[in-house]
Design a protein around this ligand. Structure first.
Ligand code: NAD
Ligand code: TDX
Length: 354
């Protein structure tokens, strides 16, 4: 494979053309990654690390949270191919994986509350689906496997922040299934010498997030003059990161992360849910009367906090979008894109071909 010299930020980078398979690329974070890789209009390409995909395949079965509309900004890009199939199907994966240099694995069941209602799809997709992909990557000699994971695998931390060598102690069926998939990915490195890197990220917010997660649920309810359900005492703490910063971090790990290593990607902005709700009320021009305290989530983790010194010192990562700007931009996006979220809330997702 040749390489393309490119002048950027005032000095020369050498871009290595790569063929990237993105699983879950029609979901919230995966689609941001695809839009970023392909330089979607309106995106901030100047801040994207030096990844030059010659081809991007999205493998996504389109569950309730997968949406082709999320890929509309890059739908005309000739480098993009969309395959609507299940990562749990060995024959599908065996057919799709060959011909790609890198797999960036986002596909998952991702909502904690749904995992409390029923864990089976979480174990199937998150654990067995990941094992299926790892096996195919091993068989076909994929150069690099990037496994996208979460801070929730550590459980809950009262004080201080987790480092990458912290023991895993997940509490929800969702986080337990993600911990299982993380350990499998790392085991394929140790057992088979596969080039695997794992990222663990804090809570993401931004455009195109399915309106079941707290930020888009609250924003869309508040904009409509409705109420929002605040779990328990509202004192649970999350570290909030704009989805674009998460994807910049993943791209750095994809390019420069050391095989077999775990990298945290965080935002450094910790808020209680009460504090977050206050900011969303202000950004939406809503009122505290719209907040309804409800019963707590079962097994609700109290606090997440990531130490990001490894990815910062080794790979030069730093979040670039502060929470105030990011939340304002996100609320504006939901104001401007009712056509995207209203059908999702009504349960009538339209399929828009990319
Ligand atoms: P999402 O639910 O928005 O997207 C998941 C995507 O995976 C959807 O497009 C869905 O159709 C697809 N998918 C699900 N099952 C599949 C299957 N069996 N085969 C093929 N495709 C399938 O989730 P998200 O918030 O974008 O999360 C993406 C990844 O990032 C997940 O692995 C999640 O654990 C991780 N993560 C999320 C956050 C967050 O705050 N949302 C934080 C840290 C890590
Ligand atoms: O209606 C709600 N009311 C409420 O108080 C919802 C949906 C949530 N909450 C609280 C629960 C959490 O403390 O808000 C906080 C955030 O909840 P979610 O948006 O459901 O996110 P969380 O459970 O923290 O998990 C998210 O971050 C880590 C993602 O969904 C995961 O995929 C990711 O791994």
């Amino acid at each position: 494979m040749g390489s393309l010299p490119l002048l950027s930020w005032g000095f020369a980078y050498t871009l290595r053309p790569v063929r990237i398979l993105v699983t879950g690329g029609a979901g919230f974070i995966g689609s941001e990654y695809v839009r970023m890789l392909l330089g979607a209009p309106g995106g901030d390409a100047a801040r994207v690390p030096a990844v030059a995909p010659t081809a991007v395949t999205v493998l996504d079965v389109l569950t309730y949270s997968g949406n082709l509309a999320n890929l509309a900004p890059v739908a005309e890009d000739p480098r993009l191919r969309f395959v609507q199939r299940d990562i749990c199907d060995p024959a599908v994966v065996d057919e799709v994986v060959p011909g790609h240099d890198v797999i960036v694995h986002f596909a998952a069941e991702s909502h904690v509350d749904r995992s409390i209602d029923g864990a089976a799809p979480f174990v199937t997709t998150n654990v067995l689906g990941t094992q299926n992909l790892l096996d195919a990557a091993l068989r076909h000699g994929t150069s690099r496997f990037v496994h996208v994971s979460t801070d929730e695998v550590y459980g809950s931390i009262a004080e201080g922040s987790w480092t990458e060598d912290w023991p895993l102690a997940p509490n929800s069926p969702y986080s337990a299934s993600k911990a299982g998939s993380d350990l499998l990915a790392l085991a394929y490195h140790r057992t088979h010498g596969m080039d695997v890197v794992v990222t663990r990220c804090s809570n993401n917010y931004g455009p195109y997030q399915f309106p079941e997660k707290v930020v888009p649920l609250f924003v869309t309810n508040l904009l409509d003059g409705g109420t929002v359900p605040l779990y328990g005492d509202g004192g649970n703490i999350r570290d909030w990161l704009h989805v674009h910063d998460h994807c910049r971090g993943i791209a750095l790990v994809q390019e420069k992360g050391r095989a077999g290593e775990v990298y945290h990607i965080g935002g450094g902005t910790e808020l209680t849910n009460l504090e977050l709700t206050g900011r969303l009320i202000e950004a939406c021009g809503a009122s505290w009367d719209q907040v309804v305290p409800v019963a707590d989530r079962k097994g609700h983790d109290r606090r997440y906090s990531l130490d990001i010194s490894k990815v910062s010192s080794e790979l030069g990562y730093a979040p670039s979008i502060d929470l105030e700007r990011g939340l304002a931009q996100t609320v504006q996006w939901y104001r401007d894109n009712r056509a995207w979220w209203e059908p999702l809330k009504a349960g009538t997702k339209p399929l828009i071909a990319p």
